[in-house]
Design a protein around this ligand. Sequence first.
Ligand code: HEM
Length: 148
Amino acid sequence: MSHHVLLILHLLAAAVWVGGHVVLVLGYVPEAIRSRDPRALLDNYQRLNRIALPALLVVTVSGLWLALNWLPQIGLWFEPSMPIALVILAKLLLLVLTLLLLAYLRLRVLTALTPDRVARLGLVFALLALLALVAAAIGPSFRYGGFG
Ligand code: HEM
């Protein structure tokens, strides 16, 4: 697949992932914390997930593919003296943190949700949105030569 098509897929899927989480955090988290009632938040999270999880998969596959185009030798991705490798490493770190947070959400937060734990649920969504925003913000660094 051409780099251009991969980049378009990456950007469209990233927009869905980032936008969905920002809407969740700004639109539903404050009310859920105020009322200590997470039902509207969870309802929207479930609906969002139907498109957000496939979007994250597309972001990941296209991102790894784009990274391979930039640096075809995977061994070089872990060479911190290279400015482009540093951006790839930052993206990989953000992806791992996102996956860990999703696992924590599913295994620890959603399974034991009580009214006094709604704030923790909101915090997890806020962190997911923040990680996605940072990944988007550093995206253009590739074409500006990387970090360093
Ligand atoms: C939620 C996660 C992510 C978001 C929101 C995101 C967002 C973005 C954005 C906005 C760009 C800018 C493209 C441009 O300059 O026009 C970009 C570029 C890029 N991203 Fe991601 N990204 C994410 C995850 C990843 C992952 C996991 C990788 C894998 C290492 C990755 C690899 C890349 C690469 C290689 C580019 C440069 C493409 C190019 O300009 O040729 N991204 N990303």
